[in-house]
Design a protein around this ligand. Structure first.
Ligand SMILES: [Mg+2]
Length: 353
């Protein structure tokens, strides 16, 4: 085989810290080790109102999961150690971990406090080498931070993340380009980013098959998927085949300032919801009135914990509280009109330009 025309193989690494917040708490409090640890909110004898942010594997054995109401977590495992979110500490650890990761490539895209993509293309010559890099990264993170992470390596971001899921916890998994499509064929269609329960139900109807696998969805042509889902459809066509063309790009740290309110009782009392919302907008505005902002987001969590956001962007500038309120109140009202469900939480945040 002539190598002269051979293109550089894309090699992307995805790193994800294991049960991050809870693992940091274990590190800080060795006496917690081996016991179920739940980071999130105060359960107050099962009457607490927040949600589980992260929990360790011992807590997961009781059925506790991220995003679950803290009251439910308490009922599942009242003897668990419940801790508030110590975001300052987690951010500090996150910075330290990414400082280590950054040394492996100048091209790194942070996705959250504990997840990032690292582009190894051109830096390593083969998947074998990439595995060694990944093993080194895991080792150094553990030596310096006493925390475990998982790593996936593959030909693009989507596949690297899937590989990482398979590696969890405390592992590394390589999916070479030739293995990619085959590896995901037997996975659920919801493995594909962007395919949620609604899209899955639609696919189920079209296929007349429950819980379809990715291989089942390969029967759809590109134009069929575009008909079903518009622009996203074409993307799905490729992703179902293990292809994802999105580049690894270091985004400027999107800074936002926001506030949320959880109601004492789930409610549809519009007057009260609007009153609380107005206060949130005022609070947020007072924090950012000297800063340029270029967008806002309204968050709504319904009684069943389904959480939605609506956002708008505008030109970067300093804005009055009235402006922010006028722009955002219509978004809030849509949440009230688009569903009959009661509302549990509302939030408001702005993006700093
Ligand atoms: Mg994680």
């Amino acid at each position: 085989m002539g190598n002269s025309k051979k293109k550089k193989e894309n090699i992307i690494l995805h790193i994800d810290m294991d049960y991050f917040f809870a693992q940091i708490e274990e590190r800080e409090n060795p006496q917690f080790k081996g016991k179920p640890v739940v980071v999130g909110a105060d359960p107050k004898e099962g009457k607490g109102r927040g949600v589980v942010s992260t929990c360790n594997y011992e807590a997961r054995k009781f059925g506790i999961k991220s995003g679950m109401p803290i009251s439910r977590a308490y009922k599942l495992c009242p003897q668990a150690i419940f801790l508030p979110v110590n975001m300052q500490l987690y951010k500090r650890v996150s910075r330290a971990v990414f400082q280590i990761a950054q040394k492996f490539s100048s091209k790194m895209e942070r996705v959250s406090l504990d997840e990032a993509y690292i582009d190894l293309t051109g830096r390593v010559g083969s998947y074998k080498e990439a595995r060694r890099e990944g093993e080194d990264l895991r080792k150094i993170v553990f030596e310096k931070e006493r925390l475990t992470c998982s790593i996936g390596v593959s030909k693009n971001k989507m596949m690297a993340k899937i590989a990482c899921e398979l590696a969890k916890p405390d592992g590394i998994r390589i999916i070479t380009p030739v293995q990619a499509a085959k590896t995901i064929a037997s996975m659920k269609v919801e493995t594909i980013p962007g395919i949620g329960p609604k899209t899955r139900q639609f696919i189920e109807k079209k296929l007349k098959k429950k819980d379809p696998q990715i291989r089942d969805a390969l029967v759809f042509s590109k134009s069929e998927l575009a008909d079903f889902f518009g622009k996203r459809g074409e993307e799905f066509y490729y992703k179902l085949r293990g292809i994802d063309k999105s580049p690894v790009e270091e985004k400027k740290e999107a800074k936002s300032v926001g506030k949320e309110h959880t109601f004492q009782k789930d409610t549809r009392d519009a007057k009260m919801i609007i009153k609380v919302f107005k206060r949130l907008v005022g609070d947020v505005h007072s924090q950012v009135k000297d800063k340029k902002i270029n967008g806002l987001t309204v968050v709504c969590r319904y009684e069943d914990f389904e959480t939605h956001t609506k956002q708008i962007s505008f030109d970067a500038g300093k804005y009055t509280e009235e402006f922010l309120y006028k722009k955002s109140i219509s978004l809030l009202l849509k949440f009230l009109t688009q569903s009959n469900k009661k509302i549990r939480l509302i939030g408001f945040r702005v993006k700093i330009a």
